[in-house]
Ligand binder design. Structure first.
Ligand SMILES: O=P(O)(O)OC[C@H]1O[C@](O)(CO)[C@@H](O)[C@@H]1O
Length: 234
């Protein structure tokens, strides 16, 4: 793994903008995108930059089950609000959280991934090491999944909702196998609450108990960290 450590997320995000400019110059067409608090500064800086995704494809990792695309806490809404409104893609795919046929939606999303192999997948990481919404114990070769969120994830994401009872308990997420199929993976982590997960991701055994540790088996992974998230790395 290539590990880049920056003093803060503003500098880390500026580095990411440069990386994405280079990826575009190198011909990347399909961009796997993430949500959550971590990429917000990066999306803000992308929005202020001159990058142009208007003939590219984006594919998001996951969506809460039960939320409509217009729900202000849905990841559809997040992407529109944080990035797409000023950096549109030619086509953008996000799982449909309000589907009434989950099996058909999983199949549809696997079809999207088969039709558009991801050139670069952006990831955040949960405090428990989850990537996408692949919680500990997720199948290592999994494709798009209907998942139960762990209590740790529900609690971590309560900050985005009015109260814990409003946090969805299920989600539709690309699987670990789908993520590992990306040609290149960039994982970002900021803050001391991510330091344990990052240490286990880099130095721990490859185990589905820490889903991000599977990235050790991918040959093109860059971790973009602030000093707090990198604090437990030796
Ligand atoms: O960036 P945050 O809000 O700490 O969340 C960590 C990860 O967990 C998720 O909320 C679940 O996929 C992601 O959106 C994010 O990458």
């Amino acid at each position: 793994m290539d590990i880049k450590v920056f003093s803060n997320q503003v500098e880390a995000s500026a580095f990411l903008v440069d990386q994405y400019k280079q990826l575009l110059a190198d011909g990347a067409e399909v961009f796997g995108l993430a949500t959550g608090g971590t990429p917000e500064e990066f999306y803000k800086q992308l929005g202020e930059s001159d990058v142009d995704f208007s003939d590219k494809v984006s594919i998001n990792l996951d969506e809460y089950y039960g939320l409509t695309p217009g729900h202000p806490k849905s990841y559809h809404y997040y992407m529109e609000d944080k990035l797409f409104h000023n950096k549109p893609f030619a086509q953008s795919f996000i799982p449909k959280g309000d589907t009434d046929d989950v099996e058909a939606e999983l199949e549809r999303y696997n079809g999207v991934l088969a039709d558009h192999p991801i050139d670069v997948q952006l990831l955040g990481i949960g405090t428990n090491g989850h990537i996408g919404f692949n919680e500990p114990g997720s199948p290592i070769d999994g494709q798009t999944q209907f998942v139960d969120l762990t209590q740790a994830t529900i609690e971590a994401n309560t900050r985005f909702f009015e109260n814990i009872d409003d946090v969805p308990t299920k989600a539709i997420s690309m699987g670990l196998g789908s993520i590992m199929a990306a040609k290149k993976i960039i994982l970002i982590a900021f803050g001391d609450n991510k330091a344990d997960a990052i240490e286990k991701t880099v130095n721990g055994p490859v185990t589905t108990d820490v889903p991000a540790s599977i990235l050790q088996n991918h040959d093109d992974v860059t971790l973009v960290l602030d000093e707090a998230a990198a604090a437990k790395l030796k």
